[in-house]
Design a binder for this molecule. Structure first.
Ligand code: PLP
Length: 402
């Protein structure tokens, strides 16, 4: 019999959303006529904007005409039109990256996990706790030693490096899922200095970059000095432009970033990733890449930003409610997530049940994202304003305020 990758035996059971689904189904079965408001899963709720739909339609038409039909894309790394549009977007955000350093993907989740293909199992990985689960799972599957950097109340749920701990690979996510916190330039510089001192690589997940509103928060790690020698940045159009069902993202790898082989020779990180993609990935669909290009046009930016503002209006309704109730929270200002301390001193599953049973609102228990999430809870702004207001009215009532 073929043998399994035994690292899979070390994975924690992935029960969070399964367990949430089970409890919600049971509640609905017992109360079929009641209106439940779902603010748990982080999927967008608004449709693609017209600029994106038009571009996708036009490109699909091209695929049906002999002269403009396209098969495999030559490089599999993305068409130049998209890579150049993204490099120009970076420039506007104060970061210089070359179009050749932008590598198009089918989304951030795959790249966050697959990047491990080019990294030795001998590396020690540092991951913030709580965190988006793929960072831990992919590294456990790869057999790497995982250490945690605590994101907790003491640092506003934005973990900072500990000089006494050595790591080779560091996963950072800003603005953060699940905590909604975002690193300032000074905080990122501290992480970059730590990475350079440890000869480490930062894998920077920037999936919520488009939600940044505070001018003090950088839109890219590449806006910070020293980053090109120690960081890659993984991005996604999922939340930026409603691409969760379309699938397109991009990873930026500076040309000067290196990895070492055991004989001490240095190898280009980007070349190794391109080699990996050449063997295992055949690129993103042409109509999807044209749709992605449309996101970066003037019209596309205007339209997608208007959608984000709608979500942020919901986030503000939530933040105002927590301010009014005096409940501690992070997020909601530069991200679509609000992360708050469970009222009544409850644990996060205990509060999940209370919120579901007494307010008919579904959220996500913080402990599903790591041990520091216990006693904390995540709600998302991906909903209608009407539902968000209704959910917050129910929340106030639950906390004894009308
Ligand atoms: N990174 C973070 C932090 C996320 O929250 C998500 C999705 O929820 C992703 C990556 C996945 O993005 P994609 O849909 O591009 O795979």
């Amino acid at each position: 019999m073929a043998k399994m990758n035994e690292n899979f035996l070390n994975l924690k059971k992935s029960y969070l959303f399964i367990e949430i689904g089970k409890r919600v189904r049971e509640y609905i079965a017992a109360h079929p006529d009641n209106k439940i408001i779902r603010m748990g899963i982080g999927d967008v709720t608004l449709p693609l904007v017209p600029a994106v739909v038009d571009a996708m339609k036009k490109a699909s038409e091209e695929m049906g005409v002999k002269e403009t039909f396209r098969g495999y894309e030559d490089s599999g790394l993305g068409y130049d039109f998209l890579r150049e549009a993204i490099a120009a977007y970076y420039k506007k955000n104060g970061a210089e990256v070359a179009a050749e350093e932008v590598l198009i993907s089918d989304g951030a989740k795959s790249d966050c996990g697959n990047i491990g293909d080019i990294l030795s199992a001998d590396n020690t990985v540092l991951i913030t706790d709580p965190a988006y689960p793929v960072y831990v799972d992919a590294n456990v599957m790869g057999g790497r030693k995982v250490l945690f950097a605590n994101s907790d109340e003491s640092n506003g749920f934005a973990a900072m490096p500990d000089k006494n701990v050595h790591a080779d690979i560091i996963y950072l996510c800003s603005p953060n899922n699940p905590t909604g916190s975002a690193y300032t330039a000074a905080q990122l510089k501290e992480w970059i200095d730590y990475a350079l001192a440890n000869d480490a690589v930062i894998i920077y997940d920037s999936a919520y970059e488009a939600f940044i509103h505070d001018p003090e928060i950088p839109h890219s790690i590449f806006a910070i000095e020293g980053s090109r020698k120690c960081a890659i940045e993984i991005c996604s159009l999922s939340k930026t432009a409603g691409f969760t069902g379309v699938r397109c993202g991009y990873t930026v790898i500076p040309k000067e970033l290196m990895l070492k082989s055991s004989d001490g020779t240095e190898h280009s990180f980007r070349d190794l990733w391109i080699r990996r993609e050449g063997s295992k990935f055949n690129g993103v669909a042409y109509p999807v890449q044209r749709a992605a290009e449309a996101v970066f046009t003037e019209e596309g930016q205007k339209q997608t930003k208007a959608v984000i503002e709608k979500y942020m209006e919901n986030a503000k309704v939530m933040a105002d409610t927590f301010d009014e109730l005096g409940i501690k929270y992070t997020g909601g200002k530069n991200s679509p997530y609000i992360w708050f301390r469970c009222p009544f001193g409850m644990g996060s599953w205990e509060f999940f049940d209370k919120l579901l049973n007494e307010a008919e609102v579904v959220g996500t228990p913080g402990e599903g994202f790591g041990k520091n999430g216990d006693g904390w809870f995540r709600l998302t702004a991906f909903n209608t304003l009407e539902n968000t207001k209704e959910a917050m009215a129910r929340f106030r009532k639950l906390c004894g305020k009308q």
